[in-house]
Ligand binder design. Sequence first.
Ligand code: ACO
Length: 432
Amino acid sequence: MPHELPAPAAEMRVDGTTVSLPVVQDSAGNRAVDIRSLYKTARVLTYDPGFGNTVSCRSAISLVDGDKGLLLYRGYPIETLTEHCTFVEVAYLLIHGQLPSHAESEKFSELLNRHSMIHEDMRTFFRRYPEHAHPMAVLSAMVVSLSSFYPEVENIEEDIDIAATRLLSKLRTIAAFSYKKSIGEPVIQPSYKLSYCANFLNMMFAAPVTNYRIDPALIRAMNQLFILHADHGQNCSTSTVRLVGSAGANLYASICAGICALWGPLHGGANQEVVEMLETIFREGGHVDQVIARAKDRKKPQRLMGFGHRIYKTYDPRAAIAKKICREIFDRIGRQDPLMDIALELEAKALADPYFQERQLYPNVDFYTGISYRALGFPTNMYTVLFAIGRLPGWIAQWQELRRDPDQRIGRPQQLYTGPMETHFVPIEKRA
Ligand code: ACO
């Protein structure tokens, strides 16, 4: 928990008057000036578009240290969790604050199985979407629809496990069903005999006429990729979940909003953009220099997708793990992808370029995850859906933490008004 440093720790002069403001410190040593009383005492606001300098909440779920390239979930380094845990264990860790015992893990898995089906009436929704509907549109709409089928979510404080497993399990089923629908194949039902990730791969890729065998190495890769995404501080989609949740909206509505935020190409939508960018480079003869030049072009910049991060000013630890997973998948399936070679060349050239060095732009999580998903057989428009499944435990944990935090109020930023102060009213019949 943050604690207040010996007062007065910060002073601000406004209109000749000195205002003292408390400074709080978190467990990682980060300090923040607590400006909550500033408007009341000095009638002045703070201006911070993009909230790059603003702490919106206290959170014990994950720590992102952008200078050290460190990511912790509940104190565990991401490297340890991807190496030794399943995604379901990590989901439990984020939601409950500790890794599950064997018995807790069994119970959680049993609940995941029990809630894996979706209501028969909801299944009819899939038939109404156009064939080429983006799966993120279907996913967000389906998630908010869950609130009408399972309204008892309001009692979440009493049984977080039921609400969490229901969402985790159904999101995976919805994702696989929407894919099957998009390719015109019958859906594959979830199976009690399979683990969370094995079930997902089976629902995605098994078909009545094929003999799909799920490779344990690829199940492990799927687990690792989901774990990489499971939480990441107060990023855009998580902040969206919290903002919507702060109005008292239910869990499904809040997470639906988070899914929509994640879809943006500057956020989780970047994994699709990266692969599309690499495909274009491949089609046009593999010239990475042009892409780098376009990214640096001051007049018409086209950002290098999968590069840069608000917090990381060094290599994103998730990108390093994703790169390794990517290589392991290729070794396992015994096939290479020319896009991987292009990505490696692009990374090397960008990292050696003063433009990227000066701005501390490194590959982020999205740079190598798309290529991994492609190697596993996922179509491009499913990549952000996979990110959403991975991020879901974090969103649930953050929503729950918000509900329990006595400091939280409805999210309501201020603005600097730039409109006119007095506009003369002209009746409609006299307007030009
Ligand atoms: N390519 C080229 N230049 C870039 C890139 C990029 N990918 N990212 C940032 N820059 C440049 C900016 O043009 C700016 O340059 P300037 O100082 O000369 O004006 C400088 O670096 C700082 O950029 P900001 O936009 O201020 O950085 P911000 O923290 O607001 O944005 C973001 C972070 C959105 C991730 C950005 O780096 C970006 O657009 N990256 C590409 C999209 C992407 O990969 N998104 C996924 C992020 S990870 C995630 O959300 C899961």
